[in-house]
Design a protein around this ligand. Sequence first.
Ligand code: F6P
Length: 192
Amino acid sequence: PRCIYLSRHGESIYNLEKKIGGDSSLSPRGLKYAEKLPELVKQDAGDVDLTVWTSTLIRTQETAQYLPYKQLQWKALDELDAGVCDGMTYEEIEKEFPEDFRARDENKYEYRYRGGESYRDVVIRLEPIIMELERQENILIITHQAVLRCIYAYFMNVPQEESPWVAIPLHTLIKLEPRAYGTKVTLIKADI
Ligand code: F6P
């Protein structure tokens, strides 16, 4: 039976600096996860052939770089666009755009960053990805927190409005096995 593996990219320099968005590289720890990932996948998937889907951002490609599978980049897998807040910390956003900060807290699913996107926007742009996933065999997706929340919510039947609060741990491979009665989830943690 087919399965879908999901992973966030390894820890990035921006993650360390608590900045959102951007296109930074992996931190040394994030790179360790990238090095560990082929073994983590192989331990679970064995010799099954996978296709790796990444976003067009550097941190997902660095995370995928040691995987011995065919790779495909999708712009639709890029992180939620934070518009004018791209590259800021949450603290800076709260100071500079206090009303936006509050509005987002009140309705995180609908809130659209100025010049950027909302979770709802991401759900809509993920439609072709979801359709393609339904047709494909075994896929490993390496992408970003907000995007993974939406994909995870779709397969786990979590209402999309709740997707902004789904926890997607770092440095953990998530295995989804869609079944007639629901999707089975297994978390495979990398100890790094
Ligand atoms: O901090 C990492 C990150 O992927 C940001 O790039 C993105 O804006 C954010 O997480 C999404 O999480 P939240 O919707 O909780 O702000």
